[in-house]
Design a protein around this ligand. Structure first.
Ligand code: GDP
Ligand code: MG
Length: 176
């Protein structure tokens, strides 16, 4: 058996956010340490990937679900939310609409997700400095308003991707 199949506790994590914010790329970066540009991944699509991380000597398996083609929040089924223990909610720092839609996503999440669900807000594509339209402070302010942690990530460079998943794993482990 591979090292990855060995774990102590397991959690279901879901990636949410508008289409094209980089959900699939963030997952591939975390799982494989790679970035495939263009539309390759978007076309192929993936369902979920497992990755085991170690938190305080405990092996935590994250079963991370991608959402492809169900990004419009209205069409993500409520059952899909219900059994997720953590939600990573992404916007794209170069897309104002993806940021504005975060409030709608959070409303939906608070209505249908588990009450103790671990939520983290991620502003992705932080490498695109010239195209940025959402300031880091705006992301921080929104996260603070909803009482959720926040990071800016880049699936392209890998900045903060592992840290974000580790923070979620740590939170899940401490709540278990
Ligand atoms: P999804 O629809 O949310 O799954 O988004 P994708 O992962 O398919 O990414 C959408 C597009 O954004 C693709 O062309 C990716 O190459 C690009 N992309 C995703 N993440 C990043 C990032 O961190 N930086 C840059 N520069 N491009 C990214
Ligand atoms: Mg995708």
């Amino acid at each position: 058996a591979s090292v990855n199949e060995c774990f102590d506790i397991s959690f279901k994590v879901m990636l949410l956010g508008d289409s094209a914010v980089g959900k699939t790329c963030v997952l591939v970066r975390f799982k494989d340490g790679a970035f495939l540009g263009g539309n390759f991944i978007a076309t192929v699509g993936i369902d979920f990937r497992n990755k085991v991380v170690t938190v305080d000597n405990v092996k935590v398996k994250l079963q991370i679900w991608d959402t492809a083609g169900q990004e419009r929040f209205r069409s993500v089924t409520h059952a899909y939310y219900r059994d997720a223990q953590a939600l990573l909610l992404l916007y794209d720092i170069t897309s104002k609409s993806s940021f504005d839609n975060i409030r709608a996503w959070l409303t939906e999440i608070h209505e249908y997700a588990q009450k103790d669900v671990v939520i983290m807000l991620l502003g992705n594509k932080s490498d695109m400095v010239a195209e940025r339209v959402i300031k880091r402070e705006e992301g921080e302010k929104l996260a603070k308003e909803y009482g959720v942690p926040f990071m800016e990530t880049s699936a392209k460079t890998g900045v903060n991707v592992e840290l974000a998943f580790l923070a979620v794993a740590k939170d899940l482990k401490h709540r278990a």
